[in-house]
Design a protein around this ligand. Structure first.
Ligand code: PMP
Length: 365
């Protein structure tokens, strides 16, 4: 390549590239398993896959604003149609939210977006791309959000706060009481996003009732997805729920037709077959409990997880562990210097992961 005369905006030049979970590498004697992207190993309800094949209007643009899916969601969740905004994955909806609410102000100063860290890798990318300043607040040693520190991080430039519950990649979920108390510390003009990508896997005494919170608080927005529990990650469909004063702006900044016709059809079919979705979720939750118990018995100290993955806080040993897993054709997700996130997969994949943890010389964490 010759030196290029073109250059992107400064904020973009400095951005790290998003690095997605890698596929497994073949290893002699092992069936490969992908445990690196928090996918549903069982796939979608068969009716959702059938709905994709049944779409006959591929030459037509999709429904603008995915109105049929929004109507189905409105009924299913008992929320008004206008309160729902769909996107290309919940990441698409989050991108719309950040670009609508945070950027560079008319005084040339950057708006601030607060989130826990480590959390979902896309947060800094979306925030910085919008021209806003990200304010990461370290999670506590047990992988939980440090809500007191997040409150302390609020400044007069704060526009958005992202709560990730359960938190990817560390695993714990917030409680309803914690979020309620936190909201009381946040100025009402600051948008608080509750990212519930892993909602369906939560089994806790005091789960966040995010729909109740958005009804009470005009500044609360809930993010949900069809990628995890519904097993439709490949189709890219998610949504935000908020009051109309928020959602009207999210719709304005959306990429038109972001949700494809096939994604919309599959998502609607999946909502109509929730029993099958719930069965898949339940089997993943049971496998999670089995993995967590086995790891604990093997002496591993890991944070509580309410999601479809576990977090091994291996620090400097993260990449070594991922290599050891890779040598047995298990793709996992290392975060260099921090830890390894391992998705709950098929029972055989989980067995192999447990056995690796039992025998791994660098553990327990
Ligand atoms: N939020 C969180 C916390 C996630 O972990 C993910 C996916 N890894 C997403 C949002 C985005 O998911 P999608 O765009 O597939 O809905």
């Amino acid at each position: 390549h010759t030196t290029s005369p073109v250059s992107p905006r400064e904020a973009v030049a400095a951005l790290p590239a998003y690095s997605a979970g890698k596929p497994p590498k073949a290893a002699e004697g092992y069936t490969p398993y992908k445990l690196s992207s928090n996918e549903n190993p069982w796939g979608p309800a068969p009716a959702a896959a059938q709905a994709v094949r049944d779409v006959t209007t591929l030459h037509r643009y999709p429904n603008p604003g995915a109105e049929q899916l929004r109507a189905a969601l409105a009924e299913h969740l008992a929320v008004p149609f206008e309160d729902i905004v769909t996107g290309a994955g919940s990441l698409g909806a989050l991108t719309q939210l950040i670009s609508a609410f945070a950027g560079t102000g008319s005084d040339g100063q950057q708006d601030e977006v607060i989130y826990a860290w480590r959390s979902f890798e896309a947060y800094p990318i979306v925030v910085r791309t919008a021209g806003a300043q990200d304010v990461p607040v370290p999670v506590m040693d047990d992988g939980r959000h440090n809500l007191e520190a997040m409150t302390a991080a609020i400044s007069d430039r704060t526009r958005v706060i992202l709560l990730c519950t359960p938190n990817n990649p560390t695993g714990p979920a917030l409680s309803h009481q914690e979020v309620t108390d936190f909201l009381a510390t946040v100025p009402s003009h600051v948008v608080v996003v509750i990212d519930e990508a892993y909602l369906e896997f939560v089994r806790s005494d005091d789960p966040v009732d995010a729909l109740a919170l958005y009804r009470e608080h005009p500044n609360v927005v809930v993010l949900r997805t069809f990628s995890k529990a519904h097993g439709l990650a490949g189709l890219r469909v998610g949504y935000a729920i908020g009051q109309p004063a928020v959602t009207e702006h999210l719709r304005k900044v959306a990429v038109p037709f972001a949700v494809s016709a096939v994604a919309e059809a599959a998502a609607i079919a999946s909502l109509e077959h929730l029993d099958e979705v719930n069965q898949r979720v339940e089997s993943i939750v049971q496998e999670r409990e089995r993995v967590v118990a086995a790891l604990s018995q093997a002496g591993w100290a890991i944070p509580e997880t309410q999601a479809n993955f576990v977090w091994l806080p291996l620090g400097a040993g993260a990449v070594d562990f991922a290599q050891a897993a890779g040598a047995q054709a298990l793709a996992v997700r290392p975060f260099d210097g921090e830890g390894v996130r391992v998705t709950i997969g098929e029972p055989e994949a989980n067995d192999r992961f447990i056995e690796l943890c039992r025998t791994y010389s660098g553990g327990p964490g």
